[in-house]
Design a protein around this ligand. Structure first.
Ligand code: DGT
Ligand code: MG
Ligand code: MG
Ligand code: MG
Ligand code: MG
Length: 268
């Protein structure tokens, strides 16, 4: 077919192909969740309904899109790692990022009721996205370590802050003043000596965030079958399936990576 005289506008599109061999990370972050969490009465410092919904939406992203090997989330953010050899959408950054962001956002709304029940969603939430490329396994692991360290720092602060307010009777301004300039050890000490809380015993989900990976799991189902003589009988069938599994464990040290050697592809 002949090209129209308008066809030339296509040449204005920029090439945004991601560099070969690099891991492609897409990080999403909830827009203005400070307000969103208040308007939807999120529990402080952590709301397990909100965290569960974030993970459910991230699982939907992994199941519906191709080549995501690991995802890590905390607070209102989730990072998705595409394998370094992916050729999905010709590695075009805008395609990858927008598919992740829209699949995540629509899932967040779609599954809202499963987590918040009759508590209504008051307005449509949105998530920003960015793409970052990491050329080596060390860089990728350091990226994920950075997000998990962020989770820990914020959770220790928020746990201490809201304990001072909810159990210690301080105003939010007083709690903020009390914590200004304190180190991690000071916060642990406040929790332990004043409130008898050992931070180490706090929920791993809140301290470590959520890591989603693909794992092989055995699924056993019982099937009703009819024998040739028409008698009904049961048969158990076991098959191995790849499923997205959720973990709230340390991903900074080597252990997690040694236990799951398939996540990283070797550095060339
Ligand atoms: P942004 O990302 O620049 O559009 O602005 P925000 O307000 O989303 O800021 P951000 O992403 O730095 O911080 C996340 C906010 O979400 C923070 O105000 C705390 C809130 N949030 C996230 N998860 C929870 C939760 O489980 N419970 C409560 N109460 N708040 C949460
Ligand atoms: Mg932000
Ligand atoms: Mg945000
Ligand atoms: Mg955030
Ligand atoms: Mg189309």
């Amino acid at each position: 077919m002949a090209k129209s005289k308008f066809e030339y506008v296509r040449n204005f599109e920029l090439d945004d192909t991601c560099l070969r061999n690099c891991y492609i990370v897409v990080r999403l972050d909830g827009r203005n969740f400070h307000k969103f969490s208040e308007q939807h009465n999120f529990r402080k410092p952590n709301d397990n309904r909100a965290l569960g919904l974030m993970s459910r939406s991230a699982r939907s992203v992994m199941e519906e899109l191709e080549d995501i090997t690991i995802a890590y989330g905390q607070s209102d953010e989730f990072s998705f790692v595409f394998k370094r050899s992916t050729t999905w959408f010709k590695r075009r950054a805008s395609k990858l990022m927008t598919h992740v962001a829209s699949q995540f956002s629509s899932s967040f709304v779609y599954y809202w009721k499963e987590y918040f029940g009759e508590h209504p969603l008051l307005y449509p939430p949105s998530f920003d996205g960015r793409v970052v490329l990491y050329p080596s396994n060390r860089n990728l692991r350091d990226y994920l370590s950075w997000r998990q360290a962020d989770c820990h720092i914020n959770n220790l602060y928020n746990t201490t802050f809201w304990t001072l307010v909810q159990k210690g009777g301080l105003t939010t301004t007083q709690a903020e003043e009390r914590l200004s300039g304190t180190q991690a050890a000071d916060k642990n000490e406040i929790l332990f000596s004043e409130f008898n809380i050992n931070y180490n015993n706090e929920s791993p989900l809140h301290k470590k965030g959520t890591t989603l990976i693909w794992e092989k799991v055995n699924e056993t189902t019982t099937k009703q079958i009819k024998r040739p003589d028409e008698v009904q009988t049961e048969m158990t069938v076991t098959r191995t399936r790849k499923k997205v599994t959720s973990h709230s464990c340390d991903i900074i040290g080597d252990q997690f990576w040694e236990e799951h050697p398939d996540i990283l592809e070797s550095d060339q």
